[in-house]
Ligand binder design. Structure first.
Ligand code: GLU
Length: 606
């Protein structure tokens, strides 16, 4: 069995270099990534009967599908995919970073939420990102080097989930990534372009030696890149679990890299040793006939999306955001972006790691509730929805859900550029994984240790500790998790509880726009999944109304301007990866996978 599985992996890995058309011989259906020139063309959905994996990279998708084909479940496949992604998409995620994972567990019929977010080391204080003169640092001044490295959490989290919900042996799940790291993978267009453009990586010796030739040129697309140090690291984690990363020589090397950099950080061995992944209560809300489950704090994704969907419903009679062909409609975009303004005002003011800073109307450490006085209180949402009128409100003020939650100036200052990766997987037993994983900025801190990059996730904290005398909710504190926008989501049928959709995206704070507009398009407007993912992105992070450059129609901008919107065209590179389930009975489903045409993902199933 073991040999057959390894062999099937080797065959799948080799197939990576073959033209797409040769694939059906394996019985798997796939759509390979078209290259950059066609990256804005909608990519057709992939259908499957038993299992399906969608990730941001063909190597990772194939590895995940091989695990599913060998009897592994969705958790097993997610672990394998993560290990491969860390190798082939190193700009986005890896064992030096953190992640949030939602699991629909078919046996119990429950959704579970796991938090592998980085933590601030014990030795930090709230002045971490302030210069000696008290002014906040620029983003890259903070992000590059050791300063912003948080205690990585993804391996501990995956281990925690695997102990409870995995099926295949932990060790086996690392074999594809180890083999690929030793044999080499072909550098993709996207990795090449990001390497070529990066201004900091060449200045970090370990990363420079791996990613560039002797003349400082990024390895070209198609170049076979091997990563022996990563293979060795993964072998140790495969054998000994997260202890191999969080204690001993690898942990010491992580700390050395962080502490010896001129822009030194506070991460120490005790931070690594004591890191704990958390299981949290998923944040589920009913939206019309659907139950939508997302991530609670320290991510702001779940709360913001729940509020937006409420405002979308409550602001007036039903509207469409898009027509069936996925074209955005001005009335819908107006309401959608106004709803997002309201949600972002509260997010920025109130949402942080709720173990440290209580949400309005709640106690610290309590699961998110929708009772009176909270951010999801029905009466509060109804009152706030009334602010959505004919004209844009421009900038929304945070609300006061309870008398004890009068808005101060707790918003702080946070920068949120984009890298990150989302994967959605359904296995043959009907388990569903929706996981968003990140090292924060592209190539994270740029510090490379033993073949992997360390995150810069602490830059998701507010750079200032207080404004006008009020402490920022998302200020840096030892042991705290920086506020995220990541929004892995699982949608269920509100009546039967059956899972219907897994979706999520990278994109910094715009993740919230990307996921919310996809949910409305797919669930309310009945836009086809692949069409919905390819739709132009729109949103507002409570500033201008943002439209995706080159994608949204100029007439839409004109119509919004007439309603008082200040429109800004922007690159909005979502990376939405989704699986929809249509089940006639348990285990009798049609699975539909779709990838975002803006990136190089792939859906593959059987
Ligand atoms: N660090 C961001 C967050 O956790 C994600 C960054 C990205 O999507 O690129 O919200």
């Amino acid at each position: 069995m073991r040999h057959a599985w390894v062999l099937s992996w080797v065959l799948l890995a080799c197939a990576a270099t073959l033209p797409v058309q040769s694939w059906p011989a394996t019985g798997l259906a796939e759509r390979a990534a078209p290259e950059a020139a066609s990256r804005f063309v909608e990519r057709p959905p992939v259908f499957a009967e038993r299992f399906l994996a969608v990730t941001a990279n063909p190597y990772a998708t194939r590895a995940a599908a091989s695990v599913l084909g060998a009897g592994g479940n969705a958790v097993d496949a997610a672990i394998t995919a993560q290990m491969v992604l860390g190798l082939v998409e190193p700009q986005s995620s890896g064992i030096g970073g953190g992640a949030f994972l939602l699991l629909y567990d078919a046996r119990s019929g429950r959704v579970r939420a796991f938090d592998g977010r980085e933590t601030a080391p014990a030795g930090v204080d709230s002045g971490l990102f302030l210069r000696p003169d008290g002014t906040p640092m620029d983003f890259f001044e903070a992000a590059v080097g050791g300063r912003a490295v948080g205690t990585p959490g993804v391996v501990r989290m995956l281990e925690h989930v695997h102990e409870r919900h995995g099926r295949l042996a932990w060790r086996r799940l690392f074999e594809p990534a180890i083999a690929l790291a030793r044999d080499g993978f072909e550098v993709g267009e996207r990795l090449h372009a990001l390497l070529e453009a990066d201004r900091w990586l060449r200045g970090q010796p370990a990363a420079a030696a791996y990613f560039y030739d002797a003349d400082g040129r990024a390895w070209p697309p198609g170049h076979r890149l091997r990563n022996e140090p990563l293979a060795d690291t993964l072998e140790q984690i495969a054998r000994r679990g997260s202890l191999a990363l969080h204690t001993g020589p690898i942990a010491r090397d992580i700390v050395d890299a962080v502490a010896s950099h001129p822009n030194a950080g506070a991460l120490r061995e005790r931070d690594l040793a004591f890191y704990e992944a958390r299981e949290r209560e998923p944040l589920c809300v009913v939206h019309r006939v659907h139950r939508i489950c997302g991530m609670p704090p320290p991510s702001s994704g779940g709360i913001a999306i729940a509020q937006m969907l409420a405002y979308w419903r409550l602001a007036g009679p039903p509207l469409r955001l898009a027509d069936p062909g996925g074209r955005l409609l001005a009335d819908g975009v107006h309401r959608f972006t106004e709803a997002e303004r309201l949600a972002f005002a509260d997010r920025n003011e109130y949402v942080a790691d709720a173990d440290f800073v209580a949400l309005p109307g709640q106690r610290a450490g309590e699961a998110v509730r929708a009772s009176s006085g909270t951010l999801l209180d029905g009466g509060y949402l109804l009152r706030r929805a009334a602010a959505i009128g004919e004209k844009s409100m421009g900038r929304a003020a945070p609300g006061s859900p309870s008398s004890s939650a009068a808005p101060g100036a707790r918003a702080g200052i946070a920068f949120e550029p984009t890298s990150t990766s989302h994967l959605s997987i359904v296995d043959a037993d009907g388990n569903v994984v929706s996981m968003t994983t990140s090292i924060e900025n592209a190539f994270g801190s740029r510090l490379m240790v033993r073949g992997f990059l360390l995150n810069n996730q602490l830059t998701d904290f507010s750079f200032v500790a207080e404004r006008n005398g009020a402490p920022a909710a998302n200020r840096v504190q030892p042991g705290k998790r920086p506020r995220s926008s990541m929004a892995p989501t699982i949608v269920l049928d509100a009546r039967s509880g059956a899972p219907l959709l897994a979706v999520g995206s990278p994109g910094g704070a715009s993740i919230i726009s990307y996921v919310a507009r996809t949910l409305i398009a797919v669930l309310d407007d009945r836009v086809g999944l692949a069409t919905a993912l390819a739709m132009p992105n729109v949103g507002s992070r409570n500033g201008p109304t943002e439209l995706e450059a080159g994608r949204a129609a100029p007439a839409l901008a004109t119509a919004l301007a007439a309603r008082g919107h200040v429109v800004e065209w922007r690159e909005m590179t979502s990376g939405l990866h989704a699986v929809a389930l249509r089940c006639r009975a348990p285990r009798r489903c049609t699975l539909e996978g779709a990838v975002d045409p803006r990136r190089e993902g792939m859906a593959l199933g059987r």
